[in-house]
Design a protein around this ligand. Structure first.
Ligand SMILES: Cc1cc2nc3c(=O)[nH]c(=O)nc-3n(C[C@H](O)[C@H](O)[C@H](O)COP(=O)(O)O)c2cc1C
Length: 159
């Protein structure tokens, strides 16, 4: 299975998850680059504002084409029960080239399912699977079990 993980991460948690997925699936991993939210306090405020408004910020051009892969996994943090704004931008930019999609989200506690529904609406495509992981699960390694189930679902879907 040829798999591309596209991820955005502001503070490192979604990067951790994306890299774990890359390792488990032997996937290519590419970051969605956007510097609009880097600043510590202003960045968080902008993030909230843009997520709630449904704003798509400028992102750097993607290097890889999802059309070259069996499946595209779009990963990132949950912002106000929504996908992070750069994730929204990436979905709008490239998902129409994808054969299949799946989502992987990190969050503190709640809003993951709502964010998945919103991502499916933005993508106009149903994900074959969605993985929602809390920061506490990531920190303790407890996410490995759900990650493994998620990867098995993807493999079955493609084979
Ligand atoms: C603007 C903003 C809104 C957030 N909204 C939520 C939320 O609705 N639910 C939640 O559980 N966590 C929320 N979080 C926490 C992030 O989803 C969580 O810290 C995530 O793991 C960060 O990923 P990252 O380190 O890859 O940026 C929010 C964080 C920010 C900055």
């Amino acid at each position: 299975m040829k798999c591309l993980v596209l991820y955005y991460s502001r503070t490192g948690h979604a990067r951790h998850l994306a890299n774990d997925l890359g390792e488990s699936l032997g996937a290519d991993v590419e970051e969605i680059r956007c510097d609009r939210y880097h600043a510590r306090f202003v960045g968080a405020f902008r993030a909230l504002h843009d997520a709630v408004r449904g704003r798509s910020p400028a992102i750097a051009p993607l290097r890889r084409n999802p059309a070259d892969y069996d499946i595209l996994i779009v990963a990132g943090p949950v912002w106000a029960s929504r996908p992070a704004a750069p994730v929204r931008a990436a979905l709008e930019a490239c998902v129409s080239n994808a054969r299949r999609i799946a989502f992987a989200l990190t969050l503190i506690g709640s809003g993951g399912e709502t964010a998945v529904r919103r991502m499916a609406r933005i993508a106009r495509m149903h994900p074959v699977a969605a993985l929602i992981v809390t920061q506490a699960e990531l920190a303790s390694g407890r996410h490995r079990r759900t990650l493994s189930t998620f990867c098995t679902t993807l493999q079955k879907t493609v084979s």
